[in-house]
Design a protein around this ligand. Structure first.
Ligand code: PLP
Length: 482
C-alpha cells in the first residue's frame, strides 16, 4: 500500500461518493434493469493488466449505478431503512483502513474493548437492564445481521437446556414465536436442528394489532407439555417487519420465566427508537428477557452492517460457540482475563464494526439521535394523515413508529379485486422510478408499506410521494371502473 497513492485515490473516491449523494435524486430509486443486464456490459474475464481508477469509476457510473437500488435516496420508503451517515461512513472507512481481524482480544485489543464499551453505551442509551452490561455476567456483541443475532441466542439457549437434560432431547425442543416474527427464526431453527414442526408460529390478528397474545402462548406451552415436548425458546418482536407490531414483553416474559424458557427480543428496526423516552415504553418488560437485538444499521445512522446483540448470561453463548485450537492460544485468553468475541458469533474473523457505531454516538450525541428518530416519526405521521384524508384509501393498522401500512379501497368491496388493485398500484408507483415502496399481507389483505427513515428525506419528499400514489391510484381506479 502506497500511502501517497491512497491519499490521491482516496480523495477521488470521496469526491465520487459525494457527487453520488449530491445527484442521488436523479436516479430511479428502484433499479429498472432486467436480470442478467450486467453480463452484457462487462468483460467475461479479469483484465490481464491494470485498468486506471478513472476507467473503473466510469464503469461504476455508467454500468453499475443503473443496477443499484438507491437505499439512501430521500425517495426510498421500502422495507425498512438502512441508514448511512457521514459519521458511519468515516468509521467504516477507518475500519477498512486499519483492516484488522479481531477474533480474539490479542488479535487487536482495542477492537474488542471498544466494542464492549460502545455496546455498554448503547445499552445505557436504550435503558436496558444492567444485567446486559459487560461489567456483570452479560454483555453486548456486534453481529452482521439480526438473523445472526437470533441464531446465536437460539444456539445458546438450545445448548443450555441440552446440557441439563441431555443431547438426545433435541427432537423434543420447542420454539415459540408469532406468525409475524421475521423468517430469521425459521432459518435459525433449521440451522440449530429444531424440527420445523416444533417451531410454533402462533396466530395473531388485527384485534391485537398483530401482537402475540400471552394467552395463546400459555395455551400452546401447556399443550406441548402434555405431549412430552420441551418448550425452551421464545422469540418476541418489538416492531415486526410487516407492520411494526409490538409483542407484550412483560406478560410474555413472565410466562417464559415460569416455564424455564429463554426469551429473546428482536427489535431489529424499532430498537433504535427506544433511545427516546416516549418510545422506550415499547420495550418495557425487556427486564424479563435473556437476550435482545437491534440493528444500528437500520435506523441509527450506522452504515450496514451493525446488528447489536446483548445477552444476560454471556457464559451460555460462550459454552455454545467457543473453540480453542492450538494456533489461537495466547496468555490473555488462557488466563481468562479477556473477552474473545470469536466465541460469541458463528465466524472466526470479525471486522472493527464498533468504530462506526462509536463515531455515530460521538459525532451526533444522543440528543441529536433522538431528534433524528422523532423527525422520521413526525414525517410518517404526516404521511398517515394524508392517507387518512383521502377516502379512497384506508390505514391498515395504527402507526407506532415510522412505518405506515395502508391500502387503496376497491370501488366495490371485493377482497380479491382489492388485492390485485393494491398489487398493481405498487407496481405502477415503483415503475415510475420516482419513489420506492414495498408491501406485505395482513389478514390475507395485500397491504402497502411506506417506511420513512432515509436520512435525506424531508417533508417535500413525502408530499411528492403521496402525489405519485394518488395520481397512480386515480389512473388505476379509472381503468377498473371502465
Ligand atoms: N427482524 C426484524 C424485525 C426485521 O425487520 C428484520 C429485517 O428487516 C430482520 C429481523 C432481519 O434482519 P437482518 O437482515 O439484519 O438479518
Amino acid at each position: 500500500m502506497d500511502a501517497e497513492q491512497l491519499r490521491e485515490y482516496g480523495h477521488k473516491m470521496v469526491d465520487f461518493i459525494a457527487d453520488y449523494y449530491k445527484n442521488i435524486e436523479s436516479f430511479p430509486v428502484l433499479s429498472q434493469v432486467q436480470p442478467g443486464y450486467l453480463r452484457e456490459l462487462l468483460p467475461e474475464s479479469a483484465p490481464p493488466h491494470p485498468d486506471t481508477l478513472q476507467d473503473v469509476l466510469n464503469d461504476v457510473q455508467s454500468k453499475l449505478l443503473p443496477g443499484v437500488t438507491h437505499w439512501q435516496s430521500p425517495n426510498y420508503f421500502a422495507y425498512f431503512p438502512s441508514n448511512s451517515s457521514i459519521a458511519g461512513f468515516l468509521g467504516e472507512m477507518l475500519s477498512a483502513g486499519i483492516n484488522m481481524v479481531g477474533f480474539s482480544w490479542i488479535a487487536s485489543p482495542a477492537a474488542t474493548e471498544l466494542e464492549m464499551l460502545v455496546l455498554d453505551w448503547l445499552a445505557k442509551a436504550l435503558n436496558l437492564p444492567d444485567d446486559f452490561l459487560s461489567t456483570g455476567q452479560g454483555g453486548g456483541v456486534i453481529q452482521g445481521t439480526a438473523s445472526e443475532a437470533v441464531l446465536v441466542a437460539l444456539l445458546a439457549a438450545r445448548d443450555k437446556v441440552l446440557r441439563r437434560i441431555g443431547k438426545e432431547a433435541l427432537g423434543n425442543l420447542v420454539v415459540y414465536c408469532s406468525d409475524q416474527t421475521h423468517s430469521a427464526i425459521q432459518k435459525a431453527c433449521q440451522i440449530a436442528g429444531i424440527h420445523s414442526k416444533n417451531c410454533r408460529a402462533l396466530k395473531t390478528d388485527s384485534c391485537n394489532d398483530y401482537a402475540l397474545s400471552p394467552e395463546s402462548l400459555d395455551e400452546a406451552i401447556k399443550q406441548d407439555l402434555t405431549i412430552g415436548l420441551i418448550p425452551f425458546f421464545l422469540c418476541a418482536t418489538v416492531g415486526s417487519t410487516s407492520s411494526t407490531a409490538v409483542d407484550p414483553l412483560r406478560a410474555l416474559g413472565k410466562i417464559a420465566k415460569s416455564n424455564g424458557i429463554w426469551l429473546h427480543v428482536d427489535a431489529a428496526y424499532a430498537g433504535s427508537a427506544c433511545v427516546c423516552p416516549e418510545f422506550r415504553i415499547y420495550i418495557d418488560g425487556v427486564e424479563e428477557a435473556d437476550s435482545f437485538n437491534m440493528n444500528a444499521h437500520k435506523w441509527f445512522l450506522t452504515n450496514f452492517d451493525c446488528s447489536a446483540l446483548w445477552v444476560k448470561d454471556r457464559s451460555a453463548v460462550i459454552h455454545s460457540l467457543s473453540t480453542n485450537p492450538e494456533y489461537l492460544k495466547n496468555n490473555a485468553s488462557e488466563r481468562n482475563l479477556v473477552v474473545d468475541y470469536k466465541d460469541w458469533q458463528i465466524p472466526l474473523g470479525r471486522r472493527f464494526r464498533s468504530l462506526k457505531l462509536w463515531f455515530v454516538l460521538r459525532l451526533y450525541g444522543l440528543e441529536n439521535l433522538q431528534a433524528y428518530i422523532r423527525n422520521h416519526v413526525k414525517l410518517a405521521k404526516y404521511f398517515e394523515d394524508l392517507v387518512a384524508q383521502d377516502s379512497r384509501f384506508e390505514i391498515a393498522v395504527p402507526r407506532k413508529f415510522s412505518l405506515v401500512c395502508f391500502r387503496l379501497l376497491p370501488p366495490q368491496s371485493n377482497e380479491h379485486c382489492a388485492n390485485k388493485l393494491n398489487h398493481d398500484l405498487l407496481d405502477a408507483v415503483n415503475s415510475t422510478g420516482k419513489v420506492f415502496i414495498s408491501h406485505t399481507v395482513l389478514s390475507d389483505k395485500y397491504t402497502l408499506r411506506f417506511a420513512v427513515g432515509a436520512p435525506l428525506t424531508e417533508e417535500r419528499h413525502i408530499v411528492a410521494a403521496w402525489k405519485i400514489l394518488q395520481d397512480e391510484a386515480t389512473t388505476l381506479l379509472r381503468t377498473v371502473q371502465s
